[in-house]
Ligand binder design. Structure first.
Ligand SMILES: Nc1ncnc2c1ncn2[C@@H]1O[C@H](COP(=O)(O)OP(=O)(O)OP(=O)(O)O)[C@@H](O)[C@H]1O
Ligand SMILES: [Mg+2]
Length: 321
């Protein structure tokens, strides 16, 4: 098998993780090897090693707060082609499990992109854990995204050339974590999602459900505050999809804020809250059927949830090592 070029690898890492590859200037970066066949650049600049603010944020702050958010897609001449979001007010408390629903074209992905700091609104305010992020420039947005948000997509977006362990290490690699720490943390999280014995396998050697577990482990390896999932069971049969939803339930019970786009009412029924979009505005915002404030210790089967809460301990600042 021939090795992919560095450009192709960077593009795929970006797609897979939702993280942007930093624009780099040679003298500030050092070439290293993440796996024997892939040569990539590790940013050396201490400025991207932002301390983890997520676990220390005061509990009273909402995870996400949108005010009058509008998003217009523009034509090349600057005129408005589509007003995808037309004034969204939304407050998502920490630890809430929210489903975003709506017809095709209603603005779900646009809203997710803004919530996930993948895109900026045209106007309005967005506070992520109390920090104003609507106007941040790309690089700052990318840092925040890498630290505070984990993404899970319908297509698992794993990198086929990398092992399961290496796939989970990717976000830590972006953050410049030392190799031994990357290995330890990725192994720990893979064990927690039940894949401790598959770390050396390639994604192609796993079932769809197992691949999605790897993707979830990768999303969680940086201890994000919010897990954003876009139709995470869309490519799975119903039994496998159910096991993934059960895992997400357990993560939620462990304290994670979860925002999930879904078309499926049965899935939305598991969430605490269902936000329905129509033509770029919130049509309805209602309570779902999912439990609220569940106590994981009350259920002996929820070992993972109890474990998960320990994942959100403050991570040490790599710049201090
Ligand atoms: N890059 C873009 N340029 C122009 N218009 C866009 C762009 N992305 C989305 N749109 C338009 O914005 C509106 C909202 O799109 P969005 O992708 O958010 O919908 P959605 O609810 O996610 O739909 P689906 O369920 O089909 O994924 C649509 O009318 C779409 O055509
Ligand atoms: Mg969409």
């Amino acid at each position: 098998m021939t090795s992919p070029g560095a450009g192709a690898v960077r593009r795929r890492l970006t797609v897979a993780t939702g993280l942007e590859w930093y624009r780099y200037r040679r003298p500030r970066f050092v070439a290293t090897r993440v796996v024997p066949r892939l040569c990539v650049f590790v940013p050396r600049s201490p400025e991207i090693r932002v301390p983890t603010m997520t676990p220390n944020a005061p509990p009273a702050l909402p995870a996400a707060e949108l005010e009058a958010i509008r998003k217009a897609y523009l034509r090349p001449d600057g005129s408005i082609a589509v007003e995808a979001l037309r004034g969204i007010d939304l407050r998502i408390p920490r630890g809430q499990y929210v489903a975003i629903m709506g017809a095709s074209g209603s603005g779900k992905s646009t809203l997710m992109n803004i919530l996930g700091c993948l895109d900026r609104p045209t106007s309005g305010r967005y506070r992520l854990e109390g920090e104003e992020v609507a106007d941040l420039e790309d690089r700052a947005l990318s840092r925040i995204r890498g630290r505070r948000i984990g993404f899970v997509f319908q297509a698992f977006n794993l990198i086929p050339e990398l092992t399961v362990l290496e796939n989970v290490e990717v976000p830590l690699f972006y953050q410049g974590s030392p190799r031994s720490e990357r290995r330890d943390r990725a192994s720990e999280i893979l064990a927690k999602v039940g894949l401790g014995d598959r770390t050396t396998h390639r994604p192609g050697e796993l079932s769809g459900g197992q691949q999605q577990r790897v993707a979830i482990a990768r999303a969680l390896v940086t201890s994000p505050a919010i897990l954003m999932a876009d139709e995470p069971t869309g490519n799975l049969d119903s039994a496998t999809g159910f096991s993934i939803l059960a895992l997400i339930d357990e993560l939620h019970a462990g304290g994670l804020t979860i925002i999930m786009v879904t078309h499926d009412d049965r899935i939305a029924a598991r969430c605490e809250r269902v936000v329905r979009l129509r033509d770029g505005v919130i049509e309805r915002d209602e309570r779902g059927g999912g439990s609220r404030g569940r106590d994981p210790s009350a259920d002996p089967t929820q070992q993972l949830a109890r474990d998960a809460s320990s994942w959100f301990e403050p991570a040490s600042d790599p710049s201090t090592r």
